[in-house]
Design a binder for this molecule. Structure first.
Ligand code: TXA
Ligand code: MG
Length: 358
């Protein structure tokens, strides 16, 4: 523990193949986990910071490395469905249906907690969040270590979640035992969280898997936590992590919404003003619009019609704003048909709900 506190761990960095990771590196990583140490690893959503979920000391180390408030619970990652029944209690039949449809995959289920899971892992709650990631490196790490792995996103608390190994290194080098770099992730935003402990299943965090997809599988209505939609503080989100101002770049980020021509005109008007004021300006645009702006830097998030590309690039772009030293950042809005809710949830939080309608 003392070595963690001094931030003087030598972090081992291993590049591994995402589909067929090197057995020797995976063994080293698994041994660290068995030993109560922390290993960052890729999943299909974002990189996770893993530790033995049933070891309270490992969970405490995770909070310390991220600088995360300890009332914010961790997700337990499993590789076999049966382990859901080990960490959960009174698991409803919907869980099996959802697992059959979406696991391994970007869905986290909240069920009642079994006592084997320490309070340190669940942030003191009597429920537990569980997910089976769809990534060979993550699954092998769980199986080889023989542990269930508690893993939040592998970023410093408050920074955008990491979608590449180098992002993890920026935030956690010197604080954890090892980073497994399996290349860029596929999805780029965190898993959908569904709470199965309520009468009506409720999405606590939107993601790649939409309420409509969930509802179709379980044959009942799935609602969205009203607390994550409210822009003000009148309703608290149920997932403790959703209340924090997350993902915020250091510069001021503003979203501009409206018809595209008006959005472009408004952003150009504002960046011109900022330039006069001596501020470094960045615009988050698309392939279609990137040549229409006059800011200091224009970052293209992808083609507007390819929402999966937009999701995949979002966090990397927010990090780039910091790297480039942006002071005033403007973004187009991306309320795309399927993942739009998840994308806009992250962007709105990054912007501290600062939105201009034109
Ligand atoms: O895609 C993901 O889910 C990634 C990868 C690494 O698996 N993990 C991730 O973990 O995003 P994290 O810790 O950054 O976010 C977990 C979220 C937090 O908002 C937390 O408050 C919520 O899940 N959560 C965890 N356990 C909960 C519980 N028992 N009840 C309500 N919310 C819970
Ligand atoms: Mg996170």
């Amino acid at each position: 523990m003392s070595e963690d506190k001094l931030n003087q761990i030598k972090t081992k960095y291993a590049v591994v193949d995402a589909k067929n990771p090197d057995a020797q590196q995976m063994q080293i990583a698994a041994d660290f986990i068995k030993d109560g140490k922390l290993v960052a690893f890729p999943t299909e959503t974002v990189y996770g910071l893993g530790g033995n979920a049933l070891d309270p000391t490992a969970s405490e180390r995770i909070y310390a490395a991220k600088g995360r408030p300890s009332d914010n619970p961790l997700i337990v990652h499993i590789a076999e469905f049966e382990d859901l029944l080990r960490v959960g209690k009174n698991v409803p039949r919907e869980a099996k249906l959802l697992a059959d449809a979406f696991w391994p995959g970007p869905l986290t289920m909240i069920v009642e907690r079994n006592e084997v899971v320490p309070h340190e892992t669940t942030g003191g709650l009597d429920t537990v969040a569980v997910r089976m990631p769809n990534h060979q490196v993550a699954l092998e790490l769980i199986r080889k270590s023989g542990c269930l792995i508690a893993a939040p996103s592998a970023n410093t608390s408050g920074r955008p979640s990491p979608t590449e190994g180098k992002h993890v290194k920026e935030d956690l080098n010197g604080k954890i035992a090892m980073i497994l770099d399996g290349g860029p992730v596929g999805i780029g935003i965190e898993s959908t969280i569904i709470d199965l402990t309520e009468e009506c299943p409720m999405v606590l965090r939107p993601g790649y898997i939409t309420p409509a997809m969930l509802s179709k599988v379980i044959g009942k209505e799935v609602i969205i936590d009203p607390g994550i939609i409210a822009a003000d503080d009148t309703r608290k989100p149920k997932a403790p992590g959703m209340k924090y101002k997350h993902y915020a770049p250091k510069g001021n980020l503003m979203l501009v919404e409206g018809d595209l021509e008006s959005v472009i005109a408004e952003i150009n008007r504002r960046t011109a003003e900022d330039k006069v004021a001596g501020k470094k300006t960045i615009v988050i645009a698309t392939e279609e619009t990137k040549n229409r702006y006059q800011a200091d830097e224009i970052l293209s998030i992808g083609e507007r019609e390819k929402e999966e590309e937009i999701a995949r690039h979002l966090y990397g772009i927010l990090r780039e704003c910091d790297t480039l030293g942006a002071q005033a950042i403007y973004s187009e809005s991306f309320a795309t048909p399927k993942m739009g809710q998840a994308i806009m949830n992250r962007l709105l939080k990054a912007a501290g709900h600062e939105v201009v309608q034109v």
